[in-house]
Design a protein around this ligand. Structure first.
Ligand code: ADP
Ligand code: MG
Length: 249
């Protein structure tokens, strides 16, 4: 069982798009996959046309027992979803109030380890106690980086915060997201960052309207348009992640 977190402290960088598409591709490849929507904005939940069955309060994560009832099947084989709703905005405070406040997410999700081959966390942009819980739960962080100066700065702050045990372990997988390769500045920013950090994946996700339109057709890109450049890009990203992460077959 492997847990991947689509994580960045920045919003709007492509975390949810990647979480949805990579989960779908993993499931399509035969892995029993659970996508956990941790964002109170519940975009991943929206993309899968799922309505949460229960109003899921942050306290459901206490021990995690009542989370089981909240899991929903998607339209796709092997792919289940733990939906989010707006109540999750309190998750951080709920964790803070408990003992071992950094281990609460790990404890809550532990019960799903036998049932699934892969757990994908779609994270909100946060660097507080919920983020520490995400770091304690995930085997690898998959971090979208828009090739701009500020986005790169955020990535470097993250690496500094995580420190050696993550870097030496190769557990942070950065990749360039929403890339407009026609422009010179992004190309330069990408080349510079690759030179400085070894953990950046070769695959980039270009800026493509098929990804932007996911909100209209509400399906993973490879399900909606399997031969599109966007589907090909996410397939390449998934293959590269699979190659880098042991346990993903
Ligand atoms: N590769 C891409 N090309 C074009 N638009 C994208 C791409 N990736 C994401 N988007 C769009 O950008 C917005 C933010 O993406 P999202 O995945 O929700 O980011 P996050 O989860 O990091 O906040 C969404 O409207 C999404 O459709
Ligand atoms: Mg998101």
């Amino acid at each position: 069982m492997t847990t991947l977190a689509l994580y960045s402290n920045k919003g709007g960088v492509g975390k949810t798009a990647a979480a949805v598409n990579l989960s779908y591709l993993a499931a399509q490849g035969g892995m029993r996959t659970l996508l956990v929507d941790l964002d109170p904005q519940s975009a991943a939940t929206f993309y899968f046309r799922v309505k949460p069955k229960l109003k899921r309060a942050a306290r459901d994560f206490e021990g995690g027992k009542s989370l089981e009832a909240g899991i929903k099947a998607t339209d796709y084989e092997n792919l289940d979803l733990l939906p989010a709703d707006f109540q999750l905005r309190n998750l951080d405070m709920a964790f803070a109030e408990r003992k071992r406040s950094h281990k609460q997410l790990d404890l809550a999700l532990r019960r799903f380890r036998k049932e699934f081959d892969l757990i994908v966390l779609d994270c909100p942009p946060t660097i507080n106690i919920l983020a520490e819980n995400i770091f304690a739960t995930a085997d690898h962080l998959v971090v979208p980086i828009i090739p701009t100066t500020l986005s790169v700065r955020t990535y470097e702050q993250l690496l500094a915060h995580l420190g050696e045990k993550w870097l030496a372990g190769g557990r942070v997988l950065g990749y360039f997201s929403m890339v407009d390769a026609r422009r010179a500045l992004p190309r330069q920013v990408m080349a510079d960052l690759r030179e400085q950090h070894s953990g950046i994946l070769d695959t980039s996700i270009p800026y493509l309207s098929a990804v932007e339109q996911m909100g209209l057709y509400r399906e993973p890109v490879p399900a909606h348009a399997p031969d599109s450049p966007a589907a090909r890009a996410y397939r390449a990203l998934w293959e590269e992640i699979r190659g880098d992460v042991s346990g993903l077959g």
